[in-house]
Design a protein around this ligand. Structure first.
Ligand SMILES: Cc1cc2nc3c(=O)[nH]c(=O)nc-3n(C[C@H](O)[C@H](O)[C@H](O)COP(=O)(O)OP(=O)(O)OC[C@H]3O[C@@H](n4cnc5c(N)ncnc54)[C@H](O)[C@@H]3O)c2cc1C
Length: 367
């Protein structure tokens, strides 16, 4: 190492990559270290839904802010990021959920997020494959979808253009506030960022980040089968409850014509094996909403570990106290959607500027 960087980031997933992009744009010298290739962690296993989510006021603000930042970057993104402006349809599964549709619209309106309440006929016109009867849905036209490895690579390429150095295939054994160690090699830096996703707790023992396993399937190519990211309104309840395993209907059209079917949540430790019974429940749930899925070929199934925190908000800041290394972790099922907002808050805090969002709910030292 001929120079000490201002910041060394451990983890070249979407979160570390976005941080490298934003910090180098601020003029900082950055090194990024990963034991594998970019996006070889959970970023390569995620769905890439850039969604505004309203599980809590802080989550709503962070997702809305991050979506806006990505929209601002959109004209610069390469085709490999596969940004698709498909919007989200939050589907009500019965009359009883229509009140929840209205409530969701109210929460989004307060946050300045455009959405429209649709009745069953509107929904059927937009997405003919959905099972009848249809009761209604909330359409969020500004939500998008990206290809997460493509976007992570794009962030890293911009950072490298500004002088960032990548150390791929380098496993970090331990880290402190101003150095990381890999075997006999030490990289010293002005600051260290632990962006090791679900593995961040291994590098910062005691950090409350646990793996939350998820399954996904992808079909062959069926162009035009559906047009929006389709999510059942009950998805948030499934994501919120950490105490039990759950599945929820979540369908994503890819620009290739393929369809990603999700998703499940399990506290299964580090066992990444495909769990047939969970997969069957997940598919059964999806077929309840979209019967035609049963006739499509599935070409691949896989699992990934979401980095979860007890209060379902990410950790952004020094830990365990103001002198600790910086933590960027705990994004659970929203790390693709919130990577840019996270990176911007990190940059503002590091440069002692006031972030646009109140960083208090995300303070790592709360944990
Ligand atoms: C089924 C599923 C669906 C999802 N869908 C979505 C979605 O639609 N939208 C969304 O926003 N999010 C989604 N997510 C969540 C999203 O994928 C994650 O929140 C996000 O990818 C976290 O990124 P990260 O950079 O923190 O972690 P990672 O991508 O895991 O990056 C961490 C990196 O650190 C490296 N690393 C770890 N330990 C070390 C070490 N000791 N030394 C060196 N390197 C190390 C790893 O190799 C890895 O590359 C989904 C996740 C799953 C599982």
């Amino acid at each position: 190492m001929d120079r000490s960087p201002d910041v060394v980031i451990v983890g070249a997933g979407i979160v570390g990559a976005a941080a490298a992009h934003v910090l180098t744009a601020e003029g900082l010298a950055v090194d990024v270290v990963d034991r594998g290739a970019p996006a070889s962690g959970v970023t390569g296993a995620g769905m890439g839904h850039i969604v505004v989510m309203d599980d809590s006021p802080a989550q709503l603000q962070l997702t809305a802010y991050s979506r806006r930042l990505l929209d601002e970057l959109a004209p610069e993104l390469s085709a490999s990021c596969e940004l698709s402006r498909c919007g989200t349809l939050w589907i009500a599964s019965g009359e009883a959920e229509l009140e929840a549709v209205e409530a969701k619209q109210g929460a989004y309106a307060e946050a300045g997020i455009a959405s429209e309440v649709l009745d069953g006929d509107d929904v059927a016109r937009l997405e003919p494959e959905l099972r009848r009867p249809l009761f209604g849905a909330l359409r969020v036209p500004g939500d998008t979808v990206v290809y997460p490895p493509g976007l992570a690579r794009w962030f890293l390429d911009r950072a490298v253009e500004r002088g960032a150095r990548l150390h791929l295939g380098t496993e970090i054994d331990s880290l402190g506030p101003r150095e990381v160690r890999a075997g006999t090699t030490t990289i010293s830096a002005g600051a260290v960022v632990n962006a090791a996703g679900p593995w961040s707790g291994r590098l910062s023992p005691g950090l409350p980040v646990t793996p939350r396993k998820g399954h996904l399937l992808i079909t062959g190519r069926y162009s035009g089968f559906c047009r929006h990211q389709l999510v059942e309104l009950g998805y948030l309840a499934s994501a919120h409850d950490l105490s039990q395993d759950s599945v929820a209907f979540n369908l994503q059209p890819r620009p290739t014509g393929q369809i990603i079917i999700g998703s499940s949540r399990q506290a299964a430790g580090w066992d990444g094996a495909i769990d047939r019974s969970v997969l069957q429940k997940m598919v059964a749930r999806a077929v309840e909403f979209v019967p035609g899925l049963a006739g499509l070929d599935v070409v691949r199934t896989w699992t990934g570990f979401r980095p979860a925190t007890p209060d379902k908000l990410p950790l952004i800041g020094p830990w365990p106290d103001e002198d600790g290394p910086w933590i960027l972790s705990g994004h659970e099922g929203l790390g693709i959607a919130t990577a840019l907002g996270t990176a911007q808050i990190l940059a503002d805090l590091m440069l002692e500027r006031r972030p646009e969002l109140d960083p208090a709910p995300f303070r790592a030292a709360r944990a």
